[in-house]
Design a protein around this ligand. Structure first.
Ligand code: ZN
Length: 386
């Protein structure tokens, strides 16, 4: 009987939750079979000895607008999604949600078809779709085109419910100002992950959305009502409600390091702060500028901005975000890695499949050295890089 049973040895293993030393990662058929002590390796398995370092789960990025020179908004197609997934792979991301920011209903329908087709074709790395907008608040539009922002109508709800039914994960960033609690309730019931963002909602409105089924806040601190003495805002709700996870852009530009440290101390569980890149077309390319909804976005010194200086997504990849959390925020390496893998997988209810290395999960993993440089990337048990 032939088998592709393979044991990776010689590196410590972070299974998502804990570190195992002197163990082997056993993979078969593209899945993890076990994290096994050396004495318990099955006979006949292929041994692959790594020279030290750490094996950890591949990263899960729930907010990726582009990469490899392309933006999902520009041309939503399976090819665009494949290009984006490929561009993020060298930075450790093995699962991602291609993210369409506020756009027309026609473009949203194209993105839905593109994600469905990419999944059907087995494009490696795509796990669903994220619609960031258009049902957000003009007061907190960020780089979203105000002409395309609109409140949710019955036909929008029907479209989103249908998209949630046909995609394994559909995430929707919306503002309580533009979507009613009963709409949030219907989306959550349809299986969508509702994330609050680009919103000026006060704390009571945010908490009403949480009770209706919202489970996340989009890019914590950015484009949302802030925490103040008598007005906790959406930031306050995100930190205080254990029902909410919160994405964070950890690039040293979107959120001050001191603010990140305070947020980590304040965050009520079980909801967690996790890392997103909010990456644009520039990742994995040397582009100096690109367009978004027909507007020029400039890349300079690690920033992406509209001509007026408004931040427009991030010039950030996931391993850089992990390194930033360790080097500039001072959290442990393992916790930073969990923020890029386990916690986002838990938010979308898929930690039995991705974001962890345990029996039955996909064999998506990284080999890192002590400086958090990526030495190897495996997807579905196959070495993809280098
Ligand atoms: Zn945004």
């Amino acid at each position: 009987m032939t088998t592709d049973l393979t044991a990776y040895t010689g590196a410590a293993i972070l299974d998502g939750e804990t570190i195992h030393k002197g163990h082997a990662l056993l993979c078969e058929g593209g899945r993890v079979k076990a994290v096994a002590p050396p004495g318990e390796l099955p006979e006949g398995c292929t041994l692959k000895a790594l020279q030290g370092g750490l094996i950890c789960p591949g990263f899960v990025d729930l907010q990726v607008n582009g990469g490899g020179g392309v933006m999902l908004n520009d041309a939503p197609s399976p090819e665009t999604i494949a290009t984006i997934c490929k561009a993020h792979l060298p930075f450790g991301t093995t699962s991602l949600l291609p993210t369409l920011i506020t756009d027309t209903p026609a473009r949203m329908a194209e993105a839905r078809r593109a994600a469905k087709a990419a999944l059907a074709q087995g494009v490696a790395g795509v796990i669903g779709l994220h619609f960031e907008g258009p049902h957000i608040a003009p007061a907190r539009k960020g780089a979203h085109d105000p002409a395309l922002i609109r409140p949710m109508e019955a036909e929008d709800l029907a479209f989103l419910e249908a998209a949630a039914a046909e995609l394994p994960t559909l995430m929707i960033t919306l503002a309580p100002e533009s979507a009613r609690p009963e709409e949030i309730r219907a989306l959550a019931a349809a299986g969508a992950i509702v994330s609050l963002g680009h919103s000026d909602a006060d704390y009571p409105a945010a908490m009403e959305a949480v009770r209706a089924g919202a489970t996340c806040a989009t890019h914590l601190f950015n484009a949302m009502s802030q925490l103040a003495a008598r007005a906790p805002g959406l930031v306050g709700a995100a930190l205080e409600s254990g029902a909410l996870h919160a994405g964070l852009i950890a690039d040293g530009i979107h959120v001050d390091p001191a603010t990140i440290r305070i947020a980590l101390r304040a965050k009520a569980g079980p909801g967690r702060i996790f890392l997103v890149t909010d990456a644009m077309a520039v990742i994995g390319s040397d582009l100096a500028e690109f367009t978004l909804n027909g507007r020029r976005i400039l890349r300079r010194d690690g920033r992406l901005t509209l001509a007026d200086g408004t931040l427009a997504g991030a010039d950030l990849d996931m391993i850089s975000a992990v390194r930033f959390m360790v080097e500039s925020i001072g959290i442990g390496r393992e916790e930073a890695l969990r923020m890029a893998s386990l916690y986002p997988a838990e938010l979308i209810g898929r930690s039995g499949e991705i974001g962890r290395l345990a029996p039955g999960t996909r064999a998506d993993f990284l080999h890192l050295d002590d400086d958090l440089d990526i030495l190897g990337v495996w997807q579905g048990g196959i070495r993809r890089l280098p």
